[in-house]
Design a protein around this ligand. Structure first.
Ligand code: SF4
Ligand code: SF4
Ligand code: SF4
Length: 449
């Protein structure tokens, strides 16, 4: 008998992207219609993102009010609005496998995008925007100039960026660092605390494109926290995890990257080390998406099993060995946004668990998408919708910290940037906005490192 409500643990199928059926337009259309019809009768996901409102409006405004009078060519905006955050699959849908409806909405959107990619979409500038390594290598060399050009309010460059690259002129963009995390880690010898309870542990940090090129502070904080706790780390950055390419449906490129990173990490994994990913989207790719896209590859599988989210690793050290020294209270309350890709890892709210180890510090948790969605939320046509999706989180941050004395933290660095922009601009705020950062930066402060 079929069970309602996901009584079996959700499971996912291998993404059979090299099978010609996977990108057959008629087969995709049949599957879209099957799934959309189930969603039309269910509607639990109405407030998760913009995909579902677009879908339900499309059906409601059709001639019969049913899917049979909706033209398949009108599905494109529904597919386009999915940021692959996985929340519908992980938190709402009672029909995911093992239910016999066998419904995986995000991976169906992905399938449609793989077919689009094979037909020559997306365009040059979309691909350029997703090339985080190419952009990062260049921009870190000319960081001052790049940051001037991308700054919000630059009346000279932002209208050009909007016209040429389709990046909304008002969207806050991350700054570039003047040196990469990888190079800075090589030049900085940390003293390992031999008196710490966890002394003797070793781990390898996967820098992630974001921490490598934009915010080395994230990786540096993790290194310092771990050195203080007796853990020796090394930073490696073979290539970006390919999440931006997955969003565009380029699974061949994702495969190349999975294999490259797995090969670089292999000797460390064989030496018994964990692999710490600094950003949840990358950890999700490594733990869950890569083994489905590159199945039966023992190195990719071993990497999936060895990968840890940064907060997950620190909480594990605290539980298994105990932390070194006393943690100091922070100077203000924390609004902690739990990023979708951290939730989708099914590990509990590890960033909250970690920050709650800090004494006398208020931690308020918000579990909704910020509306950024990778590169989706900065695009001209999506920016306003993204801000609207993030509004409940922005409201909570405003309410939690009306004086602007505290912090907005998210393991998704784009989300915290996006939320800070919202807090600065919305709800008639007069006090300064709370400072934004990654939770491990707050943990480093509390550890006094
Ligand atoms: S994966 Fe996220 S963005 Fe995509 S449809 Fe589901 S909830 Fe919406
Ligand atoms: S994805 Fe599942 S829960 Fe969400 S609307 Fe569709 S059927 Fe309902
Ligand atoms: S909150 Fe962050 S991780 Fe979640 S969908 Fe938005 S951008 Fe992605």
């Amino acid at each position: 008998m079929t069970q309602e409500g996901g009584l079996g643990a959700p499971m996912r199928h291998i993404i059979d992207w090299q099978n010609p059926d996977f990108t057959d337009p008629d087969k995709i259309d049949a599957e879209l219609r099957r799934v959309f019809d189930i969603c039309h009768g269910c509607r639990r996901c109405f407030n998760l993102c913009d995909s579902f409102p677009r879908l339900f409006d499309l059906i409601d405004e059709s001639e019969s009010g049913e899917l049979d009078t909706v033209d398949s060519k009108d599905f494109a905006p529904v597919i386009e609005a999915c940021t692959l955050c996985d929340m519908c699959f992980m938190t709402k849908c009672p029909y995911v496998p093992p239910h016999n409806f066998d419904l995986d909405f995000p991976h169906l959107m992905l399938r449609a995008r793989v077919a689009d990619f094979q037909r020559g979409e997306p365009g040059y500038w979309d691909k350029k925007l997703a090339d985080t390594d190419g952009n990062g290598k260049l921009a870190t060399k000319v960081a001052g100039f790049a940051n001037w050009g991308s700054k919000r309010g630059n009346a000279l460059t932002r209208p050009i960026l909007e016209k040429v690259c389709n990046i909304h002129r008002d969207a806050a963009l991350p700054e570039y660092a003047r040196g990469t995390l990888e190079s800075e880690a090589k030049s900085e010898d940390l003293v390992i605390n031999t008196a710490a309870p966890a002394f003797g542990q070793k781990a390898v940090i996967y820098a992630t494109c974001f921490s490598n090129y934009n915010t080395p502070e994230i990786g540096e904080s993790v290194r310092r926290i771990l050195a203080h706790n007796g853990v020796e780390t090394e930073v490696l950055y073979p290539v970006c995890c390919g999440m931006p390419q997955m969003e565009q449906g380029d699974l061949a490129e994702v495969t190349n990257r999975a294999k490259t990173v797995a090969a670089a990490m292999k000797p460390h994994i064989e030496a018994g080390k964990k692999v710490i990913a600094l950003v949840p989207s990358c950890a999700l790719m490594m733990k869950f998406e890569w083994p489905l896209i590159v199945p039966h590859d023992p190195d990719v599988q071993a990497l999936a099993e060895a990968t840890c989210d940064a907060s997950e690793y620190i909480v594990d050290i605290a539980k298994t060995h105990g932390l070194a020294g006393d943690l100091k209270a922070l100077d203000g309350p924390i609004t902690l946004h739990i990023a979708c890709h951290a939730r989708a890892q099914n590990m509990g709210a590890k960033a909250a668990e970690m920050l709650r180890l800090i004494p006398d510090t208020e931690v308020k948790v918000v579990e909704r998408c910020s509306g950024h969605g990778g590169t989706w939320g900065i695009k001209k046509q999506n920016f306003e919708i993204g801000m609207k999706i993030g509004k409940p989180v922005i409201r909570d941050a405003n309410k939690n910290d009306p004086e602007g004395t505290g912090w907005i933290a998210s393991e998704c660095p784009l989300a915290s940037l996006h939320l800070q922009q919202g807090v600065e601009e919305w709800d008639g705020r007069t006090a300064p906005a709370p400072r934004q950062c990654h939770p491990v930066e707050l943990m480093a402060k509390a550890c006094g490192v």
